[in-house]
Design a protein around this ligand. Structure first.
Ligand SMILES: Cc1cc2nc3c(=O)[nH]c(=O)nc-3n(C[C@H](O)[C@H](O)[C@H](O)COP(=O)(O)OP(=O)(O)OC[C@H]3O[C@@H](n4cnc5c(N)ncnc54)[C@H](O)[C@@H]3O)c2cc1C
Length: 381
C-alpha cells in the first residue's frame, strides 16, 4: 500500500479547502443546524461552488475525476463537523444516492440530475428502506408498474435521510415481482411529482438531518428515469452500498477521533481528588485502548480505500470495516461519556451527542448483523 495514499501535495491542498469549510462554515453553526432539524440547502450550493460534490465523477458532468483517496480526505475533515446529522446528509448526496446514476445512468439522466447534483443546485436522497423491509432489501414492496412510457409508483419508504430537502430520490422499487433479484429497478423520482409526500420523523440523535417517511400514491415518472437497465436495480444498489459504507466508516472514525481529543482536553482540566483526571491511570489506560482501536480502524479504512483506488472489489474488506469502525465509534462514545461524568449526560456535551449519534452506525446502511451475515458466508460458514 502506497504510503502517500492520501498525502500528496494535491491531497494536502484539498484537505486544506475542506478543513477551512468545516472550521468556518459547519462547526460554528453546528448547534443551529440541530435546532433547524434539517440540513441547510445552501450548504450544498456552497459545496458545489467549492467542487466538493462530485469528487469521483466525470469532469464532463462537473465532477473532479479524482479517486477514492480524495473522498477519504473529504470525510476525514467533514467528520469533524461537530454535527453527525449534517455530515450524514451531505454524504447521502455525494456517495449514497448519486454513485449509481454516475455509473449506470443514461446521458440524458446525467445531464438532468447528476450535473445539478454536482453543482449543488439539486439535492438527492436514497430511498431503499421500507416499513416492512430494511436489512432484507429484497423484501421491499414499493411497486413501479409500467404504463406506456411511464412508471406508476405506489408504496412507502421509511427512515430516509434528506427527506425534506431532497429534490430527487434514487428509489429502489419492485418492477417485476416474479423475477427474483432481477425484479428491481432504480428509478429517479422528483420530489415535486404529484402523489409524493413525506412526513418527518423524530429521532434520538442526528438532529441536524431530516429523516422521514415517504409516501407514493400513483406517482408517475418517465420510464427514461430508470437508472441503468430495468431489472438490475438490486445489483446496482448493492454496489452503491459499498461507497455508502466506506464513507460512513471514514466520517464516523473522524468524529470519534475528534471526541477523543475533546475528552483528553476535558480530562486534563477536570480536577478530582486533588489531581487532573488525566493523571489517573484508569483514564490513561482507557484513552490508550481507544486510541489503539482508532488506529486499527484507520488502517482498515486505508486498506479499503487502497482497494477502491486500485479498482478492486473491496466488498469483503468494506464489510469488515463497516462492522469494526461503527463498533469502535460506539465504544469511544461510551467511554468518553463515562470520563465526562454527569456533564457527559448533558445534551450540550459532545460526548452525550456522540453517544446517540454513533449508535446509528451499527444500524444504518447495513447493520452489524448484515455485515456478519455476509462475512460468515464469505468465510464459508
Ligand atoms: C437515522 C436513520 C437514517 C437512515 N437513512 C436511510 C436512508 O437515507 N435511506 C434508506 O434507504 N434507509 C435509511 N435508513 C434505514 C436503515 O438503513 C435501516 O434502518 C437498516 O437497514 C435496518 O433496517 P430495519 O430498520 O428495517 O431493521 P431490520 O432489518 O428489521 O432489523 C432488525 C434487527 O435484525 C437484525 N438483523 C438483520 N439481519 C440479520 C440476520 N441475518 N441475522 C440476525 N439478525 C439480523 C438487524 O441488525 C436488527 O438488529 C436510516 C435509518 C436511520 C435510523
Amino acid at each position: 500500500m502506497a504510503d502517500d495514499l492520501y498525502a500528496t501535495p494535491e491531497h494536502a491542498l484539498f484537505r486544506e479547502t475542506v478543513r477551512k469549510f468545516t472550521e468556518e462554515e459547519l462547526r460554528p453553526r453546528a448547534r443551529e443546524f440541530d435546532r433547524m432539524g434539517r440540513i441547510d440547502k445552501q450548504l450544498f450550493e456552497r459545496m458545489g461552488d467549492l467542487g466538493m460534490l462530485g469528487l469521483r465523477y466525470d469532469p464532463a458532468y462537473g465532477g473532479a475525476g479524482l479517486d477514492w483517496s480524495f473522498t477519504a480526505v473529504m470525510y476525514e475533515e467533514l467528520g469533524r463537523s461537530d454535527n453527525a446529522g449534517v455530515t450524514m446528509g451531505i454524504s447521502v448526496h455525494t456517495d449514497m444516492a448519486t454513485p449509481s446514476l454516475a455509473q449506470f445512468g443514461s446521458e440524458a439522466l446525467k445531464q438532468q440530475y447528476l450535473v445539478p447534483a454536482i453543482a449543488g443546485d439539486m439535492v438527492s436522497a436514497i430511498a431503499v428502506t421500507e416499513p416492512d423491509a430494511g436489512s432484507d432489501v429484497a423484501g421491499i414492496r414499493t411497486r413501479a408498474v409500467r404504463d406506456g412510457d411511464e412508471w406508476v409508483i405506489n408504496g412507502s419508504k421509511i427512515y430516509i435521510t434528506n427527506a425534506a430537502t431532497a429534490d430527487w430520490l434514487c428509489l429502489l422499487a419492485v418492477t417485476d415481482p416474479d423475477a427474483g433479484y432481477g425484479g428491481f429497478s432504480q428509478i429517479i423520482v422528483e420530489t415535486d411529482t404529484p402523489g409524493f409526500r413525506y412526513q418527518l420523523l423524530d429521532k434520538i440523535g442526528h438532529w441536524g438531518s431530516d429523516t422521514g417517511q415517504l409516501f407514493f400514491e400513483d406517482v408517475r415518472v418517465p420510464l427514461a428515469n430508470t437508472i441503468g437497465e430495468v431489472g438490475r436495480g438490486f445489483q446496482q444498489q448493492m454496489m452503491q452500498f459499498q461507497d455508502e459504507r466506506l464513507v460512513a466508516c471514514v466520517s464516523t472514525i473522524a468524529a470519534s477521533q475528534e471526541l477523543w481529543r475533546e475528552t483528553r482536553r476535558w480530562a486534563e482540566q477536570r480536577v478530582l481528588f486533588g489531581r487532573p483526571l488525566s493523571k489517573m491511570q484508569n483514564t490513561q489506560f482507557v484513552m490508550v485502548e481507544l486510541w489503539t482501536q482508532l488506529a486499527a480502524a484507520r488502517e482498515l479504512i486505508r486498506a479499503c480505500v487502497a482497494e477502491r483506488v486500485a479498482g478492486a472489489d473491496a466488498t469483503e474488506k468494506i464489510s469488515m470495516a463497516k462492522l469494526f469502525c461503527c463498533r469502535v465509534s460506539r465504544q469511544v462514545a461510551d467511554a468518553c461519556i463515562q470520563l465526562h461524568g454527569g456533564y457527559g449526560y448533558m445534551k450540550e456535551s459532545a460526548a452525550g451527542r456522540a453517544f446517540v449519534d454513533s449508535r446509528l452506525g451499527s444500524i444504518g446502511g447495513g447493520s452489524d448483523e448484515t455485515m456478519l451475515h455476509y462475512l460468515a458466508k464469505q468465510l464459508g460458514f
